[in-house]
Design a protein around this ligand. Structure first.
Ligand SMILES: [Zn+2]
Length: 116
């Protein structure tokens, strides 16, 4: 078990869990006033945990992309085809052309995941 995300809202937390499930990563959402499943104090924010620690890197990567997609400031436009790409994509999802100017586009939240 490993925590991969602290959501601001339950809706955000559920979206992350759904996202992970779609990618075949078993995940759990501990909600506000969490049920004490971990034998710890109730969490104050919804938290997303993955069951398998081996999924951690994949989960963090997915969440980074998810955060980038919902952050309009992080959108990159492909010079090749003009398609919108999440800000931390390195190549265009549409035409595979390298994207520019995305070296340090990780959000503070994503950075905190990587160092959690
Ligand atoms: Zn493109």
């Amino acid at each position: 078990m490993k925590r991969v995300y602290i959501a601001e809202t339950l809706v955000d937390g559920r979206m992350i869990v759904d996202l992970l499930h779609e990618e075949g990563i078993p995940a759990l959402l501990f909600q506000q006033n969490g049920q004490g499943a971990l034998g710890e104090l109730p969490v104050t924010c919804p938290e997303v945990w993955i069951r398998r620690n081996s999924d951690f890197e994949s989960a963090v990567c997915l969440i980074e992309n998810f955060d980038a997609m919902i952050d309009p400031e992080a959108i990159l436009f492909c010079e090749g085809c003009g398609e919108n790409n999440p800000g931390n994509f390195e190549i265009c999802w549409q035409c595979n052309q390298p994207l520019q100017g995305n070296d340090d586009s990780l959000t503070p939240e994503a950075v905190s995941f990587l160092h959690a």
